[in-house]
Design a protein around this ligand. Sequence first.
Ligand code: GLN
Length: 488
Amino acid sequence: MTMYNKSLKQLSTSLQNKDISSVELSQYFLERIKQYDGELNSVITLNEEAALQAAAQADKAIQAGDAGPLTGIPLLHKDIFCTEGLRTSCGSKMLDNFIAPYNATAVDKLSQAGTIMLGKTNMDEFAMGSSNETSFYGAVKNPWGLQTVPGGSSGGSAAAIAARLAPLASGTDTGGSIRQPAAFCGITGIKPTYGSVSRYGMIAFASSLDQAGAMAKSAEDAAYMLQAMSGFDEKDSTSVNRPVADLVSGLADSIKGLTIGLPKEFFSAELDDAVRSKVDEAIDAIKSAGAQVKEISLPNINLSVPAYYVVAPAECSANLSRFDGVRFGHRCDSPKDLEDLYTRSRGEGFGEEVKRRIMMGAYVLSTGYYDAYYKKAQQVRRLIQQDFVNAFKEVDIIASATAPSTAFTVGDRTDDPVSMYLSDIFTIGVNLAGLPGMSVPCGFVNEMPVGLQLIGNYYDESRLLNVAHQYQQLTDWHTRVPTGFEQE
Ligand code: GLN
């Protein structure tokens, strides 16, 4: 089998058997990035020298018989994660010159597990977007169709995995940013329960929703990666202090007898018919493995996009106030006075979508509107969460399409923010509730990938990954490589 399509386990075995060294494997993927990324624009910073040094270290560990499943495995990090000594731009002009002085905890944990960071991936500016068109570094293209978007905001990570430029990539998901690009690019992505992965060193967008996770070819690969990045961190006050669950050993378990809930609100008019039929086929496959299905209702779920677009901008307006031209990033030329420094630095440093969010957020938090918008949105958020809590009394897993359509054409939705926001209608409720969710490739419509969304109960990532892995034992969608990227 071609090297780029090998599973993590296969790569790890090749490393342990010394069929290939980590230095060679890292060079191989660095070459693929150089060969293929010109047209995709998925990687915005390469870390070549340091990567090869780390790979040499990993080779020593392997020689010494001191290797884990991730030792020597190359990966990419979304450019929202602080990486010591390496530019961390968050896709923004504001941070174009920012070299982080420390690593995000997730980055540290993955490097302690032995992974090799090849570089940083492109993303929507400050993770605000669903198409990767808001990046200061230009749009990312979907390897399945270069005229289409890869989804967002972790579109660079998704496109890179789809094109097999690395075996693993990190992502973050505030309203769907791991799952929706995973669906559009035909890869597997998981966002765990809120609080499972530390947010320390992950540039904040909406702190009560932001959560990091893993993007990979398969559920099995994602399980290994997520396991390594999870865990309590005293540097993040919302980090959950509980032992990291074993995400790998239950993958092979039978799913016989599990109940899969199908929310009727998600199989509605918004869902493209062709996408729906692929999701129906996927659910049939899961049924053939012994699971049963049950129709459920999430009565308030239709309010999730409006509630999110109050809560997320409110938190973003507070979080992004730190970018003032003084402490971080872009500073305007020769400011007249303090007011001018703030206004011009922020005016020049932020793009249009980020400014729109900051203005919405400041508005909903302002005196006189706080009760009408922000407080109301928080109340709605609680109702949505309660709908999920009730649903999980009856079912083990919830399934739906990840996105209502396949990837749309570049430029199609940039002038219409509401149509852009609606591409997350099936994913956003999961963030509002803080639940784990994932997307698994389940077929193609007009040669563009379709994603099946699986949602789990709190801290039930191992069951989610188990169902996804069992589905991937029955299907081979996750092994497909887009045309043009399949040469060694
Ligand atoms: N697309 C959503 C937004 O623009 C979600 C982004 C995300 O999950 N980071 O806010």
